[in-house]
Design a binder for this molecule. Structure first.
Ligand code: PBG
Length: 322
């Protein structure tokens, strides 16, 4: 078995948000368990995208959260990065010289509805007409509109904890918020699961490509590092994420295009991939459900994309301003 040099400190580049730090700590613990005595150091960075409170599209759009950290890995400032695969753009290749050497077993992929602290409300149906529902994800907005057309969807950005502070009125907002949707796995990583009320089924709200998956990225040519990370890889999750991301790549969306994609491995070991592309308000959408062997997840993703495009996904994507 490949061992990591004992005289080398492993540096993990991470965003400085509480969720990102929790993820980096989790990975550091897993690495130390794998390689007892390993020296691990976290290098927190506040990215430009974290500082910017406006519309992300105006700052350069997708991938901003990961770009700065990727550059640090490329330059050798750090040895590796932990990324939420949901935040890693799927329309472009992984940056030059970098590789995802491992994916951790997938966490809960479902989205969950929260209410302000102390609220007696429990479900989306409990909200009165015109209530302000916070989310900045176009995918969530489109799918919520399919369940409730009468809500006002409000964009709220920032780290998950900050968003919840806004929901509870601890941080200022332009609009008083009546409810909010976040990722279940995000709540778990912040130890805030008790705040979740209605957990949406994947049929009600199809997850984002890569939801609930942490990817461990390092330099392609760093043998000891890729060798160590490979030992943490979860093969089934890797196949599922590869299929979803191949679908996303085939669709070539933009940062305002609501796209959902979710692949699971069946009892028989075969992959089952569902994909959907929505118009902004969810009133128009296309969907595909394809199955295939886990040995070629990228082909399955390409097939899902082709099917969605055949149903008019391009027109829906191009019809949304960006
Ligand atoms: N866009 C931010 C982001 N990126 C990943 C997660 C949650 C964890 C995950 O799905 O991997 C979140 C928070 C959220 O969407 O509520």
């Amino acid at each position: 078995m490949n061992t990591f040099p004992t005289d080398r400190t492993l540096r993990i580049g991470t965003r400085s948000s509480p969720m990102a730090l929790a993820q980096a700590h989790l990975v550091a613990d897993l690495l130390r368990k794998e390689e007892p005595g390993l020296q691990v150091e976290l290098v927190p960075v506040t990215t430009e995208a974290d500082l910017w409170q406006g519309d992300l599209a105006k700052l350069g759009g997708k991938g901003l959260f990961v770009k700065q950290i990727d550059a640090m890995v490329q330059q050798g400032d750090v040895d590796m990065a932990v990324h939420c695969m949901k935040d890693v753009p799927g329309d472009v290749a992984v940056p030059e010289g970098l590789v995802f050497a491992a994916f951790l077993p997938r966490d809960d992929v479902r989205d969950v509805l929260l209410f302000p602290e102390g609220s007696a409300l429990r479900t989306l149906d409990d909200l009165p007409a015109g209530a302000a529902l916070a989310t900045s994800a176009v995918r969530r907005k489109a799918q919520v509109a399919r369940m409730r057309q009468d809500l006002e969807v409000v964009r709220v950005r920032g780290a998950v904890g900050t968003r919840i502070d806004k929901l509870d009125g601890r941080k200022p907002v332009d609009t008083v918020l009546d409810a909010m949707i976040v990722a279940t796995s995000g709540l778990e990583r912040l130890e805030l699961t008790h705040r979740g009320r209605q957990v949406f089924t994947v049929d009600e709200m199809l997850p984002a490509v890569g939801a609930g998956v942490l990817g461990l990225e390092c330099r392609d040519g760093d043998g000891p590092m890729t060798g160590l990370l490979a030992r943490l890889n979860h093969g089934r999750t890797m196949a599922e994420v590869t299929a979803e991301r191949a679908m996303l790549h085939g669709l070539q969306g933009h940062c305002n295009s609501p796209i959902a994609g979710y692949c699971v491995t069946g009892q028989d070991g075969r992959l089952s991939l569902r994909g959907m592309v929505f118009s902004e308000d969810g009133s128009a959408f296309v969907r595909a459900h394809v199955r295939g062997e886990s040995s070629d997840p990228a082909a399955l993703g390409a097939r899902a994309a082709a099917e969605l495009l055949g149903q008019g996904a391009r027109e829906i994507i191009d019809g949304i301003p960006h």
